[in-house]
Design a protein around this ligand. Sequence first.
Ligand code: IVH
Length: 670
Amino acid sequence: MNDLKYAQERTEYLRKALNHHAYRYHVLDSPEISDEEYDRMFAELKTLEQEYPQLTTPASPTQRIGAAPVEAFGVVEYAVPLLSLANAFSRDDMAAWWRRTCGLLGSDGFETVCEPKIDGLAVALTYIDGLLFTGATRGDGYRGEDITQNVRTIRSIPLSVSREAPPRFEVRGEVYLPKMGFEKLNQRRVEEGLALFANPRNAAAGSMRQLDPSVTAARPLDIFVYGLGWAEGTPVPETHWEVMQWLKSLGFKTNPLITRTRTLEEAQHVYDLWVAEHEKWPYEADGMVVKVDSLLMQNELGAIGREPRWAIACKFPAVQGTTKLQKIEVSVGRTGSLNPYAILTPVRIGGIVISQAALHNEEDIHRKDIRIGDTVIVQRAGDVIPEIVGPVLSLRTGEEQVFHMPLLCPECHFEVIKPDGEAQHRCTNAACPAQALERIKHYVSRDAMDLEGMGEKLCDALFKAGMVKDAGDLYSLTPADLMLLNHMGEKSATNILDSIGRSKQRPLGRLFFGLGITHVGQEYAELLTRHYRSIDALGTASAEELAAIPSIGPRIAESIVAFFRQQRNRDIIRKLRAAGVTLESSTDASHEGRPLSGLIFVFTGHLEGFTRPEAEARVVRLGGKAAQDVSRKVSYVVAGDEPGSKAAKAAKLGIKIVGESEFRQMIGAD
Ligand code: IVH
């Protein structure tokens, strides 16, 4: 046998063996060989592929990692939108869903499947001719970000599937970071002075949105697949349960706890069991998803807006623990707000060690009668920041101390005030250095301009050294500046400057958010980009014009105008412009192009021409959202005959109320 022929057979053999053992290890959690044996075979395959590059295939286990970093993620469009789930918060809610489903199906003779609701990041994986083709995030449900290179680094996701698989199909699942991996990652970040991830879900999402796949590869991410998006070319099973077994047989990792149930009582029994034991699971789950098993029935039940009627997420109750409140510290936010937070004796709650909890404001602390030195009940629900429920009064010793907000800013020692009608105390010094530093940290943060590698410590150091006084200064940093800082080598300096350079291309919405305009959160920032396509357009808008935008009230409008009036902010924008930061909207932002994008509708009363679900579906199809309750975020309330209390509430909140004919015009139905 000649060398090439031998190499060909050997690489095929090694690939098959390595895929098999990786599957045993990462999917089934039941390895058959030692790590050393695996590494030895892997090294042999790598050597052979280096020697005979023509034998390398994209699905080879050696090809998971190694793709070059990208400038930005591409967009993947979904043929079948990725839906979300309605929530149930109690057994009663679950029972109500069950009864509704019985009513809609006209029978209670349906089966259901119960699954843990994994707290991670939704992904859709397409396979074409047996090979992993794309992996994408959920995005807005219609289009997601193409994160294929990162998805490939997750060892429990097969790069290739057997010949029995359909020629084209899409699998959906949740990528997550196991609790243990999360703790290790955060430990490492403490050592590196980087901002900590608040919870495993954020950590998973942050890891998957890395432009450099080698960063993703270094994080121990995993997946549970939970359904099939679509499949072409081969018939697929008729029930969800069978789909899951079938996906498992194709090599996908499914959750072993999935249970098929026949009655509400059975499902509730599974729920009770999982409520009791989920804290011991090695991953975060925030509830149980119940799904109607028959795909035909799923289809018949359909969806309202983005929420399928055939499934419901039954949330797990919050988990609590007790610990000692050692002291209350106060940090200064970027808008000058004084934010008290509790330093706790570290305690493990729901598998995560908690040593701090948010305390909101002084009023809240007094209302709950929380005192320094108290033993307190700490609670965390799913992904939210831990909070203090209250003191354990029976354990009071009399030594506890009532907390008072400092009279002077803990950072700049200027006077502290509490504006009328606000819960928060504020520092009165517009030039308070703590605020300036927080504004820089906000600008570089993941949800804003996402300057990877710019951790809190680096921001602190640059600020303290006087090199960066505001976000605009980031763009004039040089390698020499950075290398003046302790421990910063040339390579790290170059990486940071690259990351600063990449941030110039961020979409406008991120910049609007990153500027830190008071009251302008992520959603409002996105909304503003749909009305103002450049920073100059936003900066010259009047308060009246801004307040005319549905869901933007006078308070936000004033705050935006005040922001652009300040010389300090004008200077930052001048520096950003000079550095070439994108200050205009590119034409193809993900939500744009659909007539109702950014708008939220609530329906009330009887409509002549549509059923409620039809009207809601029309809104969603045109890029809008349909909500059930009236809140300040709602853009329009569509009132039919005999409108209910929702119309009254809308009037009170100043939300625009339109009739059916106006609505028909908006959706182009006339
Ligand atoms: S089913 C209707 N099953 O929860 C189809 N989702 O709140 C929706 N999730 O976006 C998905 N575990 O990312 C389904 N076993 C599970 C899930 C699950 C976690 C996530 C998923 C979805 C979100 C909806």
